[in-house]
Design a protein around this ligand. Structure first.
Ligand code: FCB
Length: 461
């Protein structure tokens, strides 16, 4: 597979998130986020680490921008830390925070790399969580103010905007299973958080459109290819439920303006949504977007008939606790996520069926492996290279089958702090030695650099 197998306009980039790379959590007026608080909860983070330093990107961003320029990427998806802009989640913007993202976006543009900014990649100001977080409707309004400030401050440098990253994770890992910050376990009420996140998306979209008329705005969902383990109607129902909770609960309101009734029923939340998810809300949530971002990593194979133990930990799928996630025996990455490139085409097709002309972008795809630095200081990550090649082939297949896929972003540019896994999972094309902060491109980075060069016309090569 060569780059020239993809359309010339196809965007190739890498992705990161503020909290996973920046560090400097107490500098230049940044406020506390829910993740800062969560890292202090005993047992919440697998290796007991914090992201106080992470990749020290806040100080080394210029080196990281140079790296991606050297590798030859077209675009870079990063996120803006809300607590750097509004330390308490409200009020006037913190100049130092704005200046950092202006330096970053400007540096990218100077290198010919298109900045793609995500407004919310999970780091809610703790002050807002203290007032109920995403379970409160007011948080969506606060998000609108923040979006307006950011677009005002960066709109001349950034054209491509993503409102939310993976609202499923924020709602159901944050408020149902409690595996992510803020670590709450409110059962099916986590769906209220999902609605408020989507409402926040709608408000932010409106603010961006008003402030930056030329902006291209989308949102990013994590979609899974879901299949039943067997032929029984019970397994088919399990698949309907998990597809519903992970995919349709988000795709339907954004792309069609309504919530899937069967999913609200599974959750036992029909009444709450009837009362609180108003027609005006849904009009905002389904206002036209310029593209949909899709994060794709793996598939779910599900069966019915599981009886959870009485003391089982809280589920990320409230109301569907009887569903069992089955291992098919297919190869997995270090996360335990099955490698299933065809599933990427499935989820793109599912989104496309609801909005046939809407451009789609893979805004994250990548793999964690236990990389080893060899005696020569090299990192020979053949498995990651194969994973990426297989998914780039799936991207080509998607395009060949007529899907409007416009680009593909690799998670991630550099190894980083992987949420509840801390530093114990590495997704980077570039290795980071956390003692010295030294960056070393892995074999996968060299492979991508070759892949990217293929499209450079001979006269410019
Ligand atoms: C996604 C997140 C991203 C990273 C990857 C591995 O769910 O958006 O921050 O953690 O998974």
């Amino acid at each position: 597979m060569r780059r020239s197998d993809l359309p010339e306009s196809f965007v190739l980039g890498t992705a990161t998130a503020a909290y996973q790379i920046e560090g400097a959590t107490h500098e230049d007026g940044r406020g506390e986020s829910i993740w800062d608080a969560f890292t202090r909860v005993p047992g919440a983070i697998a290796d007991g680490s914090t992201a106080d330093v992470a990749d020290d990107h806040y100080h080394r961003y210029a080196e990281d921008v140079a790296l991606m320029g050297d590798l030859g990427f077209d675009a870079y998806r990063f996120s803006i830390a809300w607590p750097r802009i509004q330390p308490d989640g409200k009020g006037a913007p913190n100049r130092a925070g704005i200046d950092f993202y202006r330096r970053l976006a400007g540096g990218l543009r100077d290198r010919g790399i298109t900045p793609w900014a995500t407004l919310y990649h999970w780091d809610l100001p703790q002050a807002l969580e203290d007032r109920g977080g995403w379970l409160e409707r007011d948080t969506a309004r606060r998000f609108a103010d923040y979006a307006e400030q950011v677009s005002d401050a960066l709109g001349d440098l950034v054209t491509d905007w993503i409102t939310l990253n993976e609202p499923w994770c924020s709602a159901f890992l944050g408020y149902a299973s409690g595996h992510h910050a803020p670590g709450r376990t409110v059962g099916s009420r986590a769906a209220h958080a999902a609605h408020h996140l989507l409402l926040g998306h709608g408000h932010a979209l409106e603010a961006l459109r008003a402030t930056v008329p030329s902006a291209r705005v989308g949102t990013t969902l994590n979609l899974y290819s879901v299949q039943p383990a067997g032929d029984s109607t019970a397994d088919a129902d399990a698949a309907r439920r998990i597809d519903g909770l992970s995919n349709r609960l988000f795709l339907d309101p954004v792309l069609t303006g309504s919530y899937p009734a069967d999913v609200l029923d599974d959750l036992g939340e029909t009444e709450w949504f009837a009362e609180h998810a108003t027609d005006d809300d849904l009009r905002l949530i389904s206002a036209p977007i310029d593209f949909l971002g899709v994060n794709y990593y793996s598939r779910h194979t599900v069966a019915s008939g599981f009886t959870p133990a009485k003391d089982a930990p809280a589920s990320a799928y409230p109301g569907s606790e009887h569903v069992r996630f089955v291992k098919t025996g297919a190869p997995v990455t270090q996360m335990g996520w099955e490698i299933h490139p065809d599933g990427m085409v499935d989820v793109l097709r599912q989104a496309n069926a609801l909005a046939p002309s809407l451009p789609l972008y893979i805004t994250e795809n990548g793999a964690a492996y236990p990389d080893r630095v060899d005696a020569d200081g090299r990192i020979d990550d053949g498995a990651r290279t194969e994973y990426l090649e297989a998914h780039l082939e799936a991207a080509r297949d998607a395009i060949d089958s007529g899907l409007p896929l416009g680009g593909y972003f690799i998670w991630s540019l550099i190894d980083n702090w992987e949420w509840a896994w801390g530093y114990s999972r590495r997704f980077g094309l570039v290795h980071v030695d956390y003692r010295t902060q030294r960056r070393t491109p892995k074999r996968s980075a060299a492979w991508m650099a070759d892949f990217l060069r293929d499209a450079v016309p001979a006269s410019r090569a």
